[in-house]
Design a protein. Structure first.
Ligand code: PBG
Length: 337
């Protein structure tokens, strides 16, 4: 047999050789686990479209955090689910000192000082209309049109970031997609004495159907209209570079692309254009699809999830926010990957 072709299989012969030539590794430090905190007491409520993910009341939150910490996961992202009666048109609960997120952050930092707590800075979980900012409505041709006022919203978002930092958040992660949010939040944090708190910007966030289960979990679906006037069009990739460029100029410390799996080309170009640490958000709909198929017995969950996470890192992500974090880190401990 002629020897003129390459023998790629030489480097695939044994697990040890495959390990030596492996280009991408998963490590527990790559993973951020989202947690949902809700009102009331003695609540541990499974989110129906996200099996294995729960809403916890403050008094039971440590059950979840204990597990995360004992697995060695370095970081959590905190989302608040306030009661419907606590919501109003300007999202007061987002920047109240006694807001559900502020209380959760204080509790976590008091009991687990080493855990890196990331605060999602947005208004949508706290507004009665479900939009990420201040809304002005007007009627036209029998339809109600909603306008999210960019600059008015910025004032409240800056207040939200400062109150989260005051509660003890280690990283501020603004997800609202208002123009100028990084600059305004940076200035507000600096003024309040939080020069050392980094901003993880949801720089490239698409208007995506993949957020469906999250909106059920956080009860944050817009009550009218959609988010297309502030979140990005899924058809665009050059626009992602413009968004990221703005946030870099405004002082972002890390950049995020969200969702993850349908946007791996975006992760790659953002990685190639910018040097900041890059985060991929493997969102609720991506989680729900895998869980649903796994529950049917149609796929191998562990294999599929591992492959997805490797794909995101290969595409350029340094960190991954995923509802699978605990599972992946558990599997890594078993040295399965
Ligand atoms: C808040 C926010 C959302 C998500 C993270 N932060 C919802 C949205 O923009 O509608 C989605 C996360 C997920 O789907 O897992 N704006």
């Amino acid at each position: 047999m002629s020897q003129s072709f390459a023998r790629h299989r030489r480097l695939r012969k044994t697990p040890a050789i495959r390990g030596m030539v492996r280009e991408t590794q998963l490590h527990k430090n790559d993973f951020i686990q989202p947690v949902f905190v809700t009102y009331g007491t003695d609540v541990k409520l499974e989110i129906s479209s996200m099996p294995g993910v729960f809403n916890f009341s403050l008094d039971r939150l440590s059950e979840e955090i204990d597990e995360i910490v004992s697995l060695g996961i370095p970081s959590v992202m905190v989302f608040g689910v306030p009661e419907a009666e606590a919501k109003d048109s300007v999202g007061t609960g987002a920047y109240s000192d006694q807001g559900i997120v502020q209380q959760a952050i204080r509790m976590i930092k008091q009991n687990y000082p080493e855990l890196v707590v990331i605060a999602d800075t947005c208004l949508c979980e706290f507004t009665d209309h479900g939009h990420c900012g201040v809304v002005h409505t007007h009627e036209h041709d029998g339809h109600i049109h909603a306008d999210v006022d960019n600059d008015e919203s910025l004032v409240l978002l800056a207040q939200t970031a400062v109150s989260q930092a005051q509660a003890g958040a280690d990283i501020i992660a603004p997800s609202n997609m208002m123009d100028g949010f990084v600059q305004v939040i940076r200035e507000a944090l600096d003024e309040a004495g939080f020069q050392d708190i980094p901003i993880m910007s949801y720089a490239v966030k698409y208007a995506s159907a993949f957020y469906g289960p999250f909106r059920e979990a956080a009860q944050s679906a817009p009550q009218f209209g959609d988010r297309k006037s502030y979140q990005m069009d899924p058809a665009n990739v050059r626009e992602a570079l413009r968004e990221a460029e703005s946030d870099v100029q405004q002082g972002a410390d890390m950049l995020m692309v969200k969702p993850a799996l349908a946007y791996m080309d975006v992760l790659r170009v953002v990685r190639d254009h910018f040097d900041l640490p890059l985060v991929a958000y493997n969102v609720s709909g991506e989680y729900a699809m895998v869980k649903a198929a796994a529950q049917q017995g149609w796929i191998n969950e562990r294999g599929i999830v591992t492959e997805m996470m490797l794909g995101l890192k290969r595409a350029g992500a340094d960190m991954i926010i995923t509802y699978f974090s605990k599972d992946v880190v558990r599997w890594l401990r078993e040295e399965w990957v």
